[in-house]
Design a protein around this ligand. Structure first.
Ligand SMILES: Cc1cc2nc3c(=O)[nH]c(=O)nc-3n(C[C@H](O)[C@H](O)[C@H](O)COP(=O)(O)OP(=O)(O)OC[C@H]3O[C@@H](n4cnc5c(N)ncnc54)[C@H](O)[C@@H]3O)c2cc1C
Length: 383
């Protein structure tokens, strides 16, 4: 992975490799081609992938957390079979395109337009910073059917690369600060075509679709970030036990031990935070508050852990021979995407102050146990 990071060379086979071990459909019910496991299983997959490299976890986040969750929650039964199944089976790769040059945190400002012509929509505009945009077969894309209507015009589409025609073009973004082994693309839309049958939800539902996708995407970012913290902890413990200064292991030095204790604290807290959000999701409950909080805390703490790990390693950490510099760069991205740190802080404050309350989920998540499982009949009390 460090070679791909150094050369900024995303692996075009990464998704196929994840698919070989059944990761893409881990939380999708079996009747839609998934593994039918629960949200904790998806969180563990994110944590383990990011323990190695955040670019691997990013591929899973945008595929399973953002793209597939949107289609599952808002798609019709026919769309779940036609669009979701190939994604869950790992035959097709998904991504999520919301951000535009002039619309990042302010989603309502998006300008990409969708114009209906017969049973097709023509999409015009531009999306930027789209993870896996160059590799994805299916883009869950947000455009407005009425630019004057603000959020009420935003509509979600499953844009299929094979059906989009020449109006869809993607181009990788070069010279990123971090996540250099991850593809990040600009998506050009010059009359890209989407069949009406691939509209997800009704016209005007798109803002709500995007927000519900972000609940699950943030869960994936949060669980992944716990993987970075654990990786930094393990590397730092190993180094602190082997590096001798003034005749003793540096782990015996209080200030070094303090950094390691902080990583252990943040890993334990971070893991509990993402697991709480996962537990709620397993019950089919909304996790907007808990996912946003876990994403905020864990992304910030992962960046802090990477910075401390670099410090523990001294000059060794300042070299690309040691993975902590890569962890430091990569963890910076998680404080920006899927809602910046400031957006998460704002959300936490609004929930605490009572300015924001969530209604129960109208479009349920895949809940656990998988509905495809044979149900064990409840025991009847003796008459
Ligand atoms: C590596 C990477 C991968 C990405 N992948 C994807 C992807 O797959 N799909 C996708 O759609 N997008 C993706 N993004 C885009 C990402 O989601 C946006 O960059 C993010 O939402 C912030 O938008 P912005 O960059 O336009 O910043 P802006 O929204 O312009 O924010 C600039 C600054 O203002 C602050 N700010 C903005 N609004 C508020 C507020 N209400 N309160 C307080 N402060 C505020 C921000 O926190 C930030 O500090 C990716 C970005 C990166 C870096």
């Amino acid at each position: 992975m460090s070679r791909r990071d150094r050369d900024a060379d995303p692996d075009p086979e990464l998704f196929a490799k994840l698919a070989r071990v059944g990761i893409p459909g881990v939380v999708t019910p079996r009747r839609y081609g998934g593994a039918g496991l629960d949200w904790i299983a998806l969180g563990l997959a994110c944590e383990e992938l990011e323990y190695v490299d955040a670019s691997c976890r990013t591929a899973l986040s945008v595929h399973a957390g953002l793209c597939m969750t949107g289609i599952y929650q808002w798609g019709t039964e026919e769309q779940r079979q036609r669009l979701l199944r190939p994604l869950a089976e790992g035959r097709r790769q998904g991504c999520f395109a919301l951000t535009e040059p002039d619309a990042g945190s302010d989603v309502r400002a998006l300008r990409t337009s969708a114009t209906k012509e017969g049973d097709l929509y023509r999409i015009r505009g531009q999306k930027v910073w789209i993870s896996m945009g160059d590799f994805a077969d299916m883009i869950l894309l947000f455009a407005t059917v009425n630019p004057e209507a603000g959020a009420a015009g935003i509509t979600a589409f499953a844009l299929d690369r094979e059906l989009a025609g020449e109006g869809l073009r993607t181009q990788p973004i070069h010279d990123k600060y971090g996540l250099r082994a991850s593809d990040t693309a600009v998506v050009y839309l010059d009359d890209a075509l989407v069949p009406e049958a691939n509209r997800i939800g009704d016209e005007g539902d798109g803002f709500k679709v995007a927000m519900s996708c972000l609940d699950s995407g943030r869960f994936c970012v949060a669980s992944g970030a716990a993987g970075t913290i654990r990786a930094c902890l393990d590397l730092s413990v190993g180094y602190a036990r082997s590096r001798i200064v003034q005749g003793q292991e540096i782990g015996r030095l209080q200030l070094v031990a303090q950094m390691i204790a902080g990583m252990q604290r943040d890993y334990d807290i971070g893991r509990l935070l993402w697991m709480r959000a996962g537990w709620l999701k397993n019950q089919g409950q909304r996790s907007s508050r808990e996912s946003a909080l876990a994403k905020w805390v864990n992304s910030e703490r992962a960046n802090r852990a990477a910075d401390d790990a670099l410090q523990v390693h001294g000059a060794t950490g300042f070299s690309e021979e040691c993975p902590v510099a890569r962890y430091l760069r990569n963890s910076r991205a998680t404080m920006i995407y899927e809602g910046t740190r400031e957006v998460q802080v704002q959300l936490a404050a609004e929930y605490a102050l009572g300015y924001r309350q969530d209604r129960p989920v109208a479009h349920p998540l895949p809940a656990w146990p998988d509905e495809g499982e044979p149900q064990v009949p409840a025991e009847r009390p003796a008459p």
